[in-house]
Every structure is written in structure tokens, then in C-alpha cells.
Write a protein that binds this ligand. Structure first.
Ligand SMILES: *Cc1c(COP(=O)(O)O)cnc(C)c1O
Length: 219
């Protein structure tokens, strides 16, 4: 199957209103162009330099989503064009995004990445830390950031009950935070190539799929 056929298969499985982020990290621009020509408009990348290079080569109506861990000193590389940063995991990063977005007179959408998986290695806020930060009220002062929801990566395991537990946990956090933010807070970003059908059962509104579209990545 080629990229176009794979995309059509995936789109057919997504309920109305669920967005597909085509995770194109490590794949060359020509493969993204193929997905674009098939109709895909949202692309996810994990490295700022790689995203900036591809952004310069590809059509301007693409929405670029940063999905990987982002160092504060790299925000400026993507601030002029990035639509959403879905891996926001610290106060320092929030402050830098606000500063850079203001510089370009833009509003950048963010997702708060929450750590719910069993592995220590995964990034993201611990729920308690995030709630403590939100309680400071500082986020409300950030006029160039729009908080759209939460994101997580489920445990990397063949045990489906653990994955379900993670998705239920992030869903609960999403519902709990919703009243603090209002209407713009509409995005629950869960589900990757191997677990997105399960994530949809837990109310995912944004799936991030790489391998199932572009094939294996070459590192
Ligand atoms: C790489 C990556 C994905 C896509 O993973 P696949 O298993 O290739 O679908 C999704 N989300 C994040 C945060 C990633 O880093």
C-alpha cells in the first residue's frame, strides 16, 4: 500500500471531528508532499530544525504540529509558523512560547503533555505538578498562547489493559481541567499507530499517526 491508500484507510476509521496528525518525523519532504497531495494538511514533527526545513519546502497551508520534547532555546526556530505545540511540559517552556509568539504577533495553540504511563522515561507533567502550576493563575496572563487541551503517550506495552488504564486516566484529567479553560479547550490528543483504535474509544479528538502512514522510520 502506498501513502495515499494508507491515508484513505485511516480517514475511513476516524469519527467526524477527530483530527489526524500525520507524524512525518525522519521522512523526507517528498513523502510529506505525497500525503499532502492526497489531502492531508496537518503534519507532526519532533525536531525543530527538521520541521523548519520542511516547512520552507512544502505548501504554506500546512498546519505544523510540534509533538516531540521541545527545548526552550529551540522555540524561536518554529515560532514564526507553528500552529500547535502539543508537548508542553514545563512553566519555562510556556513562558518562552509566550515570549516568542508575542514577538511575531501570533497566537500559538498548545496542549499540556501529562505523564500517565508506567515508564519513568516518558516526558510530561505529573498531574499534581500541573495542577499546582495551574493554581498559580499565571497561564491566564499569557495572551499569545491558547490552551487547547491535553496530550499523552500511553505505556509502551502489549498489555491492552494498561493502555486502557492510561487513556482513562488522561480522559479524566481532560474532563477535570475543561471547566478551567472554557470553549477552546477541546482537544484530547491520544492514539498512535498501534493504539489509536483504542484511544478513539476513550474520546480521542486528535490522533498522531506515523508508521501506519509512512512506514518504518530510519533513524
Ligand atoms: C513518533 C510519535 C508518534 C507517532 O508514532 P507511530 O507509532 O509511528 O504512529 C506520535 N506521537 C508522538 C509524541 C511521537 O513522538
Amino acid at each position: 500500500m502506498n501513502i495515499t491508500e494508507r491515508l484513505h484507510r485511516i480517514w475511513a476509521t476516524l469519527p467526524a471531528g477527530v483530527k489526524l496528525v500525520a507524524v512525518s518525523k525522519f521522512h523526507p519532504a517528498e513523502r510529506l508532499q505525497e500525503a499532502y497531495d492526497a489531502g492531508q494538511r496537518i503534519f507532526g514533527e519532533s525536531r525543530p530544525q527538521e520541521m523548519a526545513t520542511k516547512q520552507a519546502q512544502l505548501p504554506t497551508d500546512i498546519e505544523w504540529h510540534m509533538i516531540g520534547h521541545l527545548q526552550t532555546n529551540k522555540v524561536k526556530m518554529i515560532a514564526p509558523f507553528v500552529t500547535m505545540i502539543s508537548s508542553v511540559d514545563s512553566e519555562r517552556l510556556i513562558e518562552e512560547i509566550e515570549k516568542q509568539a508575542a514577538k511575531y504577533n501570533r497566537t500559538i495553540d498548545i496542549l499540556l503533555e501529562v505523564h500517565v504511563a508506567a515508564e519513568e522515561s516518558k516526558s510530561g507533567w505529573a498531574q499534581k505538578e500541573l495542577e499546582a502550576y495551574l493554581a498559580t493563575g499565571r497561564l491566564a496572563e499569557m495572551s499569545h498562547i491558547r490552551v487547547r487541551g491535553v496530550m499523552t503517550i500511553a505505556s509502551n506495552t502489549d498489555d491492552e489493559s494498561i493502555v486502557r488504564h492510561d487513556f482513562q486516566h488522561i480522559r479524566d484529567i481532560f474532563e477535570k481541567l475543561k471547566p478551567l479553560f472554557g470553549r477552546d479547550f477541546d482537544t484530547l490528543s491520544i492514539g498512535m499507530s498501534d493504539d489509536y483504535p483504542i484511544a478513539l474509544e476513550y474520546g480521542s479528538t486528535m490522533v498522531r499517526i506515523g508508521t501506519a502512514i509512512f512506514g518504518a522510520r530510519e533513524y
